[in-house]
Design a protein around this ligand. Structure first.
Ligand code: 1CP
Length: 355
């Protein structure tokens, strides 16, 4: 494998010295880019992009070709490949979110769910990872990812997106053994899926616990964090002679940072509701931090974006251990020029915080 030309993303996750703060954007390949919309039209639909390694590679590279400042690539795929591989039949209606042909409602439904084999049932994702690694040719590291068991369970039980996770939370309180069985199957699946991505060439992995922050403090520990811990303890942590850092991102998890920092990961993703300097003081040396600009700042003028980037860098302060990112995914309405202004500001304004 080719040596990495730019490894500041991996170095920052391990709190090793860097020249400037590395940056990438959650959902950096996506609908705000006209070139992405063109590729999706060519492929036909979103799942065809994901399932064809050449298309997945093409759209992964698009933001990197547009923005030379990006310090990492993220596999183009979706967290919902796992429920699809468990037989739920994922599809997307145009203009709407994800949907499933089959939902999971009872203990019997959950008992019947197979545990997918990453090579056999999700081989298209493994092929996408190796294709992208080849195409990157050491330019920047490649991030693999999966959803957290709790976040995946909400889609599987609700049958799609949800505002209040009503069915999943009803199961949590009425039938916790059923939900635990589902979460346990998902934790096993996510572990082997992420290990498959690592073996195929992913150089860091992120677990998206997008909806963990909707839980009570007690339920978060028992139904989300416990399963992420289990996954982290089963991951391959070194490959090709380098550490493979693990990032846990619980959106709205700011109240629980101390316990998330104890889960065994290398870094925590932060949304914009917490101050990154205070978060750093709370987690100490245990983990690096990734985040945390409100993605809606990208609607504002480039000067305002730059001011906000400067404020976050100053709050984190001197030294390594910060990967700049948005606090959640970039939205489809963002002007790509504004995303460029954001990325340039991170590198330009952060040099002063590094030796
Ligand atoms: O219309 C389209 O083109 C589809 C839009 C889209 C895209 C671009 C979806 C459907 N998924 C993706 C790609 C995607 N999803 C990536 C690609 C890599 C990147 O560039 O970052 C990643 C990492 C994801 C992960 C994902 N999918 C999450 C976790 C991250 C997060 O934003 O919290 C979640 C919750 C999903 C589910 C999903 N898939 C797609 C949509 C629109 C959604 C969200 C629906 C909802 O809000 O419930």
């Amino acid at each position: 494998m080719t040596a990495l030309k730019n490894d500041r993303f991996l170095r920052a996750l391990l709190k090793q010295p860097v020249d400037v703060t590395p940056v990438w954007m959650m959902r950096q390949a996506g609908r705000y880019l006209p070139e992405y919309r063109a590729s999706r039209a060519k492929a036909g639909d979103f799942m065809s992009l994901c399932m064809n390694p050449a298309f997945a590679c093409e759209v992964t590279m698009q933001p990197l070709d547009r923005y030379p400042q990006l310090d990492a690539a993220i596999l183009f795929s979706d967290i919902l490949t796992i429920p699809d591989a468990m037989g739920q039949g994922l599809y997307f209606e145009t203009g709407e979110g994800p949907r499933f042909k089959k939902v999971v409602s009872t203990l019997a439904d959950i008992e019947a769910l197979p545990i997918p084999d990453p090579q056999k049932d999700l081989g298209y994702v493994m092929d996408a990872v190796s294709t992208i690694r080849r195409e990157l040719n050491g330019r920047v590291p490649l991030i693999g990812f999966a959803g957290s068991p709790w976040t995946l369970a909400t889609y599987m039980v609700e049958g799609g997106s949800s505002k209040d996770y009503r069915k999943t939370k009803t199961m949590l309180y009425d039938n916790p053994q059923a939900l635990h069985l589902l979460l346990d199957k998902l934790a096993q699946t996510v572990t082997s899926y992420l290990n498959g991505q690592i073996m195929a060439g992913a150089q860091a992995v992120q677990i998206f616990d997008s909806w963990g922050g909707s839980l009570s403090a007690a339920a978060y520990q028992e139904f989300s964090l416990a399963y992420m811990k289990k996954i982290v303890s089963g991951l391959i942590r070194e490959h090709e002679g380098r550490k493979v850092p693990v990032i846990l991102f619980t959106k709205n998890g700011g109240l629980w940072l101390e316990s998330i920092a104890d889960a065994g990961a290398d870094a925590l993703g932060l949304d914009w509701t917490c101050d990154i300097g205070s978060a750093r003081a709370r987690v100490g040396d245990k983990v690096a931090l990734q985040g945390n600009m409100d993605p809606t700042v990208l609607y504002a003028k480039p000067e305002a974006i730059r001011t906000e980037v400067g404020r976050i860098l100053a709050s984190y302060g001197k030294g390594s251990g910060h990967v700049f990112n948005l606090g959640h995914g970039i939205t489809p309405e963002v002007d790509p020029e504004h995303a460029g202004a954001f990325l340039r500001a991170v590198h330009e304004l952060s040099a002063q915080y590094h030796e």
